[in-house]
Design a protein around this ligand. Structure first.
Ligand SMILES: [Cu+2]
Length: 196
């Protein structure tokens, strides 16, 4: 003959099981909400490209732009960036001084090109716009000649017109391989800065 289980004992066991199951469900729901809470992503407003102020010499109204072809990145970089990742903003009316250092093993130069295509598409940058400045090279040799590893060069341009430009290496194929930076001259820019 089977031993009868007390109904009170059955109710107590059922009640305890219900409490345990309910607690587990509540804990998992709370954990899910903590992990997927939108308040966490709303706090990340400081990420993304940083905006850095550029040096400005007020006595001669000159924005100083320092570019380095780093040996630690792709051979076709300026300051470790490629393919227009960096954009420089210059107020209209300011002059531009470009300081270029080559740490890379290949020869490189810097041209300021008033571009009429969004990205360099030709081996010769003169096909994609108007070259206004040659740094570390000359107007006749820029497709083949730059400065060697460890060398520096400086270029200066008075009051460039408003527009969109590249700072790009003029040696054949280097800009197409990513060696270019965007530069914008505009009356809407109040002080010089770089993003990227
Ligand atoms: Cu180059």
């Amino acid at each position: 003959m089977r031993k009868a289980v007390s109904p009170v004992f059955s109710y107590v066991v059922a009640f305890i099981v219900a409490i345990v199951v309910l607690s587990a469900a509540i804990i998992s729901i709370l954990q899910f909400h903590m992990l997927s809470s939108p308040s966490m992503s709303n706090e990340t407003t400081t990420t993304g490209p940083s905006k850095i102020t550029l040096p400005f010499i007020s006595s001669n109204k000159t924005v100083v732009i320092s570019l380095v072809a780093l040996s630690s990145a792709t051979p076709f970089n300026f300051n470790g960036t490629s393919f227009g990742q960096m954009t420089i903003y210059v107020p209209f009316g300011d002059n531009i001084e470009i300081k270029f250092t080559n740490q890379e093993s290949l020869q490189h130069n810097v041209l300021l090109v008033m571009n009429d295509t969004p990205t360099p598409n030709a081996a010769d940058l003169a096909s994609d716009g108007k070259i206004l400045l040659y740094v570390g090279t000359s107007s006749s040799a820029y497709t083949i000649q730059g400065i060697s590893s460890g060398q520096s060069a400086i270029g200066f341009l008075n009051d460039p017109p408003q527009g969109t430009y590249w700072l790009a290496c003029g040696i054949s194929g280097h800009a197409e391989s990513g060696m270019w930076v965007n530069l914008i001259v505009s009356q809407n820019v109040s002080s010089p800065y770089v993003v990227g």
